[in-house]
Design a protein around this ligand. Structure first.
Ligand code: ATP
Length: 430
């Protein structure tokens, strides 16, 4: 007989159920089990006198063990759980659990040490079901607009962002790196005439950050699009993808998100506001008396500008645009009217940066000069520079950290909770 999910049980119909023992009570004459699967819970009732074999099988079984039962559910006015009660005719113990090594009161670190048990708790699989829908919403939008999904290599010979935050590895005697982002290979696809590409993949950053928003390995969503007029085309495209993804989450999970996380999905009615970096700095100083960094946005400025935008435009999203070139990667295109600034942007959501993007420099000579200006050894950029020698359209794109977005979406305090298995400077297990 095929297994039935608890949510699909029809009373008085013979079914087979498999799941976890959430609770088991073993008083004198009866055994009561709360059985749980991914879809719900049901009470199982066993009369010891008429089922001695089952009683024997369950004699040393405790909560968290896994069983399979066949039988029928009947309507019962005494049972709160869905108003039905299950009477098994057969029972198999698939796995006997030991007592759990962590309790509900365990610290985050202890929980992460036993992540597989932590994830069993309550409705935590919902986090990853929402993640699935979020990525599907993004992917559906990309595909509906003709974008090609690519998978770039994660082992490279050059670091994409420059700097020291790369994991080095020994590639058959030759030094190689784990990729920090698909940046260079997305741009290569533009030079190949792919027009629009995207990737959802794993990236690696050897940064020793102990924050609630940094991991050493994270899942990023990236896209790159060609034949753009400016970074504003990139922002428009990203906005379309995010609206689609949020709507998909809202459609699929509204009720359970409200019940489990007390979260309602807000999709802003207005366009995401766009505020140039220097204007944003002034706003933060004028409105809140806070003097931020002059070349980049620090976390406090991010929080304050989001507060301002929420009050003024009722939007949880805001684009900060035209950052100083000094603060951005060498491949950002400079603004024609002020070469100290570039056609870059960050998207902030509910107080933190979730995306960086820009129009990229596609002109070979200009790009070469920008590499030199950033003090990067041109020799290590030779392969990359070749992409721009044989014809390359204007283009731009973004990178977005999925766990950052998910954590904000579900009001989780850290991306550790929104990442299936977290990797940080002092965490490489399980
Ligand atoms: P931050 O300033 O917050 O460290 P960044 O400017 O280094 O981020 P980018 O290189 O622009 O980030 O990467 C684009 C996006 O990828 C970020 O907006 C973020 O959502 C995500 N991201 C970057 N680094 C990490 C990380 N270490 N852990 C998790 N997500 C990250």
């Amino acid at each position: 007989m095929k297994r039935t999910y608890i949510k699909d049980i029809v009373p008085e119909t013979e079914v087979k159920l498999s799941g976890w023992i959430e609770r088991i009570r073993n008083p004198k004459n009866m055994i009561f089990i709360v059985l749980k699967d991914i879809t719900g819970q049901i009470q199982i009732t066993i009369d010891k006198a008429t089922n001695p074999e089952m009683t024997e099988k369950l004699s040393n079984v405790i909560a968290n063990s896994v069983i399979t039962v066949t039988g029928k559910a009947v309507l019962s006015e005494y049972v709160k759980m869905g108003g039905i009660e299950f009477f098994p005719t057969t029972l198999t113990v698939d796995s006997i659990a030991d007592a759990l090594p962590i309790t509900k009161e365990a610290s985050l670190d202890q929980r992460l040490n036993h992540r597989w048990i932590d994830l069993r708790d309550g409705n935590k699989s919902l986090i990853f079901r929402v993640n699935t829908t979020l990525e599907k919403g993004i992917r559906d939008y990309m595909i509906s607009t003709g974008a090609i999904e690519i998978h770039t290599p994660k082992i490279t010979i050059q670091s994409s962002e420059g700097g020291s935050e790369v994991f080095k590895l020994d590639y058959f005697g030759q030094p190689a790196y784990l990729t920090q982002s698909p940046q260079l290979y997305k741009q290569m696809a533009m030079a190949s005439g792919f027009d629009k590409v995207f990737e959802i993949g794993d990236y690696f950053r050897a940064e020793s950050s102990f924050t609630n928003r940094h991991a050493t390995e994270f899942i990023g969503f990236d896209f790159e699009i060609s034949h753009i007029e400016s970074h504003h085309d990139v922002m428009d495209y990203l906005e379309g993808a995010l609206r689609n993804a949020l709507q998909a989450v809202k459609d699929a999970h509204s009720t359970e998100l409200k019940e489990t996380f007390d979260v309602e999905i807000d999709i802003p009615e207005c366009d995401f506001p766009r505020i140039p970096f220097h204007e944003a700095l002034d706003i933060v100083e004028k409105e809140y008396g806070y003097k931020g960094e002059k070349v980049d946005f620090d976390p406090e400025s991010e929080k304050l500008i989001c507060q301002y935008v929420k009050e003024k435009y009722n939007s949880d999203f805001v684009y900060i645009t035209e950052y100083p070139f000094e603060a951005r990667a060498f491949y950002s295109m400079k603004c024609e009217d002020n070469p100290k600034l570039c056609k870059s942007f960050d998207l902030l959501w509910k107080g933190i940066e979730i995306t960086s993007g820009a129009q990229r420099e596609h002109r070979y000579e200009v790009l070469k000069a920008q590499i030199a200006e950033k003090g990067i050894d041109p020799a290590i950029m030779n392969d990359y520079l070749e992409f721009f020698r044989y014809g390359c359209p204007t283009h731009g794109g973004i990178g977005l950290g999925i766990a950052r977005m998910l954590a904000k979406l579900l009001n989780l305090p850290t991306i550790k909770e929104a990442t299936y298995i977290f990797r940080g400077p002092n965490r490489i297990t399980p």
